[in-house]
Design a protein around this ligand. Sequence first.
Ligand code: ADP
Length: 597
Amino acid sequence: MLSPLFHRPRFLIAAAVAAVILAVAVGVYVGRRQTTTQTIAFSEFLQYAKTGQIARVAFADRTIDLALRDGRTLKTVPPPEFLTANAPFYTELADRGVRIEVQPAPEPGALSLSALALAGGFLALLGFTVYRTTAGRIHTPGRAKIAERGDHVVTFQDVAGVDEAKDEVKEIVDFLKEPERYSAIGGRIPKGVLLIGPPGTGKTLLARSIAGEAGVPFLFASGSDFVEMYAGVGAARVRRLFKDARRHKSCIVFIDELDAVGRSRGGSSLSHEEREQTLNQLLVEMDGFEATLGIVVIAATNRPDILDPALLRPGRFDRQVMVGNPDLRGREAILRVHARKVALESEANLRSIARGTPGFSGADLANLVNEAALLAARAGRSEITHRDMESSRDKVLMGVERRSLTLSELDRVNCAYHEAGHAVVAALLPSADPLHKVTIVPRGRAMGVTMQLPEADRHTYTKGYLDTQIAVLMGGRVAEELFMHHMTSGASNDIERATDIAQHMVCEWGMSSLGMRAFRKAGNSFGDDKPHAISEATARRVDEEIEKILNGGYDRARDLLDRNREAVKALAEALLEQEALEADEIKTLLAQANAQA
Ligand code: ADP
């Protein structure tokens, strides 16, 4: 794992100072208590006065200190009124040759030495605590974390599904291994590599694997570490990072979330100023080291569009590598990488799991394998089964089952017909994605789920496919109307998704009679109302087209379900009995219902 390098001498000094002050304060206090003279009864004092044994008296605020002629010093506490109303007594003392001193009363609020020392100690302690909580955030620039020797070394074997990106960075490994070979012929290796891609696609992993393959240290910092409200702190941290890097002959400096610090410059607020300083420092540092030095800076971002153009100039992050979500083969390979680390039964079909996880990132897949391992462990199995992997996938895709939620019988029946409606439309329309599972166990926020899985990853959608999607979404409400003779709010998410698809079809994808034009309603979203502002009349036509598509989907679903009432009934009843149905079971049920009809 990564370990921070904390060297905080100031931290120790502050602690030592606080301890010394406290010790002095306690010492003074205890010392004073110990030198306190013996206190005698007032009657004894009068006796000493009468017998002429007193050499000196000192009247303090409430006490009398006395020195006897034999050298002893004593103290007594007189009655309160004695000190004010006894003028003859003082004259008598003076006559006996006693030296009389009067000590002024301490001024109100004046602190004794020990109290001062105690207060000092307390303040030091307070300062020390404040220092501890703010240290590193204000005063000391943060340090990069570097991988330690004992850490698991990540290599290219641990990174799967991003072959193009791997090919692109292989050259850097060669350079880091033998920088001389490149510099001998005057070759200039890129100083900066920008990995671009959505979160969880393995950018950090790839950067670590480069360091692992080349056998060089890996210094890790996150862009957000440099973002501070105190001007200059971020820049100091960048300086520190590169100072650390220069200590090594060659190394990888990895900056995650580069966009946090590398946004386009401009603006006038204080935070802008701080960020600009930090960014400038980063540019200066990158220009400052020789390309032959053996330091390669790798940064990751998922927003290259907002980066300052200065960062992307030659000599800085001039090499850009895309790290996207994996395709089917990539997902299978990633599952295999993670399955190596756990005990997975040999019959598990990773290809089928990969097929059922379109759009999953590498991190999602790693999480899926881990969830499956937890499921198997909870069930007391020593191996992860294929079913564990499937349950884990369903959990990630559809949310956690909420078996504790008790539904009324009416809700259950309604839900069963609703899901059966979706399922039957999906099963009967050839261009719909194949059904994977239908369940009426509440999951996440849904009461029931009808899950379809595409045969292969989709990168574009045909109009036919989108129309079918809308019809499938309408199937739920249509079934409620046909079989339950009512409408419920359970269709709200279906309606929202269908409207969204129809809107895209008309406004962005040119799939309506309005033709190939982009429409965006004025004020649709912040800041982008200008380029495509449309007139009132056109807006009305857009709305009409959206409505037409939605109504078309509804009519199609209604027609289908009305003609296949037996199939819906059979599926709903099976759902009420079993709660969840897999693809094969649905197929058999529908075939039986068809045969009966
Ligand atoms: P990013 O930096 O792109 O946000 P990470 O590199 O931090 O993503 O990925 C998080 C975790 O997900 C990794 O530690 C790894 O376990 C897993 N992972 C992500 N992508 C891959 C991949 N391509 N191959 C193998 N594992 C991956």
